[in-house]
Design a protein around this ligand. Sequence first.
Ligand SMILES: Nc1ncnc2c1ncn2[C@@H]1O[C@H](COP(=O)(O)OP(=O)(O)OP(=O)(O)O)[C@@H](O)[C@H]1O
Ligand SMILES: [Mg+2]
Length: 296
Amino acid sequence: MVRIAVSGSIATDHLMTFPGEFAGQLLAERLDVVSLSFLVDELVVRRGGVAANIAYGLGLLGLRPVLLGGVGADFGDYRAWLERHGVDCSHVHVSRSRHTARFVCTTDRNQCQIASFYPGAMAESGAVRLSDIGEPFDLVLIGADEPATMLARADECRKLGIPFAVDPSQQLARFDGADIMAFIDGARYLLTNEYEGALLEAKTGCTAAQLQARVEVRVTTLADRGVHVATRHERFTVPAAATARVVDPTGVGDGFRAGFFAGVLHGRSLRESARLGCLVAARVIESAGSQEYTLD
Ligand SMILES: Nc1ncnc2c1ncn2[C@@H]1O[C@H](COP(=O)(O)OP(=O)(O)OP(=O)(O)O)[C@@H](O)[C@H]1O
Ligand SMILES: [Mg+2]
């Protein structure tokens, strides 16, 4: 069986809704002593983190992905959920002192948000090395994580000769041009959305052609316009899949990655894999949360 490791963030999102307006509670002349607590109507806890989201989708598609990342002692229920859906969590690092990463966000009735992201055990995600696992991987996907872990993981893949995919997403904001070049060099796949692709070119000062010389396959998702795939030999766009209804786009990019790499690892062409990616992404949009969809 083909083996894929997915490395990156593992987190939960705690989402609350405040029926009033934040703005009405803020006194401009007293902000130096601001102290507020909002009585909220609703709390929704969603499983997330890019690596967990991608691994969930790969598990649904019949692979048994190895999840790599850092979590806290509170990971028990989340671990059980992922294991039930085919994800191998045996190499996840459990921190002794930190909680699993958590995004806590309150949204008011005007869609204004006040949020905090606690990275917690994500800071220790580098504790488990690929070489500790003693298992050959056909592909390692390196997603947004503690930035130092992302760079170290890519280095490990180059040293061990394991094909790898780089998916910097949110962490592009933390990388300068030199970091980005060090991260992506020699990757088999580079994945971004359209904006991140442009940001990556601006930060590195590289043209699309220069970047293409560093990676084999460049995948750029284009939201409702689908996805663009480019190699040194071909380039094409696959349209987005139809959605029955748009419920919640959270995790759509991760759903695409699950479908795309399930296709690739099952030996499908890049075009077929991109279509499968779009199909899974559409299922993510149709459900609330990133890991609430099912596939038949
Ligand atoms: N409105 C939509 N209808 C159908 N498919 C969509 C829609 N939006 C996105 N997709 C699918 O999801 C894929 C990824 O979308 P997008 O480029 O928005 O990713 P992203 O910006 O990384 O998203 P994320 O918010 O998860 O980080 C697209 O390639 C497409 O297949
Ligand atoms: Mg994204």
